[in-house]
Design a protein around this ligand. Structure first.
Ligand code: GTP
Ligand code: MG
Length: 200
């Protein structure tokens, strides 16, 4: 059965994982450093400009936001982690909400860890990915902002990142490359999500 991401609708916001009850649909969550482009990617995947709130200031998303796609699945927009310009108390609050959600959510199908392809590998992202491995949180990596640098630089950043991940992982996660601004790499991701649902 075809699934139309354009029909995604806001479902609910939660302040903590304990508020999420009786959810019967698989969840595809988006996580990554604050400002990496999580909310923008959800909007781009759904071809809607204002489904998820975006901002050039880090720390825009402060709750666990659920978006429902055709009563089949949820896209989950999470607050970002580890941005220096977000106050320490807020950072700790966000990180608590995120780790709690990732470890406790019973319907989490996969977490897309978003990584900015326009900058060299950051320890905070590598640490987060290793943390997911430790807690057996299923992940795929989605590089973002591939439009921001020349192709050669993007290639170097992503290669370096994958190499760094491979130092700690026997089996590599899946990697996707996207640009929400240029609408690149989005079909791949949507198709992968849809295929995963069909295989459940
Ligand atoms: P928080 O909710 O604060 O954690 O941030 P977020 O990860 O949800 O990021 P958001 O989608 O709000 O985008 C942050 C900034 O990055 C905005 O200024 C976006 O316009 C910009 N941005 C997002 N995606 C892209 C992209 O594909 N290319 C470029 N060049 N900029 C992007
Ligand atoms: Mg956001």
């Amino acid at each position: 059965m075809p699934m139309d991401f354009n029909k995604a609708k806001f479902y609910k916001s939660f302040g903590s994982v304990d508020q999420i009850k009786n959810n019967h649909l698989p969840e595809f969550a988006f996580i990554g450093r604050s400002n990496v482009g999580k909310s923008s990617l959800i909007n781009a995947l759904c071809e809607q400009k204002k489904l998820a709130k975006t901002s050039s200031n880090p720390g825009k998303t402060q709750l666990i936001n659920f978006f429902e796609v055709e009563e089949r699945l949820f896209l989950v927009d999470l607050p970002g982690y580890g941005y220096a310009k977000v106050s320490k108390s807020k950072r700790e609050l966000f990180e608590g909400i995120i780790s709690d959600y990732l470890v406790k959510s019973s319907n989490l199908f996969v977490v897309f860890v978003l990584v900015d392809a326009s900058i060299p590998p950051q320890n905070i992202d590598l640490d987060f990915i290793n943390w997911c491995g430790q807690f057996k949180v299923p992940i795929s990596v989605v590089f973002t902002k591939t439009d921001k640098r020349k192709a050669k630089q993007i290639q170097k950043n992503t290669d370096d990142f994958i190499r760094a991940v491979s130092l700690n992982w026997a089996e590599l996660p899946l990697f996707f490359e996207t640009s929400s601004n240029k609408k690149e790499g989005l079909d791949n991701l949507v198709n992968w999500i849809i295929n995963s649902i069909h295989n459940v």
